[in-house]
Design a protein around this ligand. Sequence first.
Ligand code: NAG
Ligand code: NAG
Ligand code: NAG
Ligand code: NAG
Ligand code: NAG
Ligand code: NAG
Length: 349
Amino acid sequence: MRIASTFGAVLCCLFYSKIAAQTNTTTAVPTYLPIPSSAASVPLNAAGYALEDFGNGAFMVTEGVYQALFIVSTTGIVLVDAPPTIGRKILFAIGNTTHLPVTHLIYSHSHADHIGGASLITAAYPNATIIAHANTFTQLNLTGDPSRPLPTKTFQDEYKLRVANHTLQLSYKGINHVPGNIFIYHSASKTLMLVDIVFPGWVPFDRLGEVSYVPGFIKAHDQILAYDFLHYIGGHLSRSGIRDDVQTQKNYVTDLFGNCKSAIEASATDDPVLGAEKIVEAALAANPGNSWAEFRAYLDVVNNYCANVTGEIWDGVLAGVDVFGESNANVMVESLRIDYGVLGPFGAM
Ligand SMILES: *[C@@H]1O[C@H](CO)[C@@H](O)[C@H](O)[C@H]1NC(C)=O
Ligand SMILES: *[C@@H]1O[C@H](CO)[C@@H](O)[C@H](O)[C@H]1NC(C)=O
Ligand SMILES: *[C@@H]1O[C@H](CO)[C@@H](O)[C@H](O)[C@H]1NC(C)=O
Ligand SMILES: *[C@@H]1O[C@H](CO)[C@@H](O)[C@H](O)[C@H]1NC(C)=O
Ligand SMILES: *[C@@H]1O[C@H](CO)[C@@H](O)[C@H](O)[C@H]1NC(C)=O
Ligand SMILES: *[C@@H]1O[C@H](CO)[C@@H](O)[C@H](O)[C@H]1NC(C)=O
């Protein structure tokens, strides 16, 4: 009885604190601009996924936020990525398309949000060959996550995968989103997959899509455009992209680069808003001896300006400019400073 009532009290309080937390969260939720129609979600089927058929055996499956590609050959399926949020729906999508087994699983890169469903695939098809870049192997070997089994086949620069009547060309062109992130090209359907670089209809996710190396990320746009492709799979959101989506994001990134660069350059002058000297002086007066506070104040003003000017051009064109535009500007400003050497007031005297 006593145990039961204690249990009841605990339940009651957990319940109430959950309600309170939800109420707080609800009142604090910011609202953003409506998303343009080019970023609208595609409808999902009753099982909770959507399939895009690119012809010649190539299919994209999505649950609305993540994407995987599978190729149907005469002897088996080649699957690229296994996002955990699509999970078993990938197996349903394949199983409702063909009776053939998954013989090959390709990892686009090491990140768990794109391949953390791999153990579901290998549980169903234990003999599938797992192919990835050598860097991906090294990263997975370091973290040892059982949901991402180690690749059984790795390569350095190029790997041509022939399965029955299909060919996939895997290419590594250097670090961009993360070391080991590969281009995956299926020429029969003119489908190109490169994950976490272009986000069709949207600005890049937080921090330019959680980028590791901005110059590689920027360069990747032209590397994509050098392919003869009709369908682009970026790994995110609910539809595939076309060349135009890649060109549009290239334009956004070019604007962001230019605006952030101008902001840093103006900060080296006595510009009334961006001039670093005044900003730094005020920050130090309020926080004596605090170098980080000084630098933070400077970066906040520069980032804000870059995000604002870029937002003026792109709000309403791409979705989420007002959600992640500021974070994208932060990353661009830091890359301009330390990768490109655009140091503004902190350059060599
Ligand atoms: C929840 O909301 C109350 C009332 O507005 C506020 O006092 C409290 O600080 C909030 N708690 C959190 C965690 O935001
Ligand atoms: C390969 O064979 C499959 C199954 O017969 C067929 O759907 C697909 O179009 C073929 N693809 C190519 C590139 O020949
Ligand atoms: C087909 O999809 C349904 C869900 O819509 C799933 O229950 C069923 O197992 C799938 N069939 C195969 C053979 O995978
Ligand atoms: C996997 O390969 C082994 C050895 O070649 C074979 O005996 C087994 O039947 C295969 N399993 C599946 C599920 O294909
Ligand atoms: C994988 O990790 C183990 C230690 O956990 C290490 O001994 C081994 O050298 C690593 N293999 C590769 C190819 O990095
Ligand atoms: C840019 O800043 C101005 C002045 O604060 C503001 O009115 C405007 O809404 C901002 N634009 C964007 C896109 O954030």
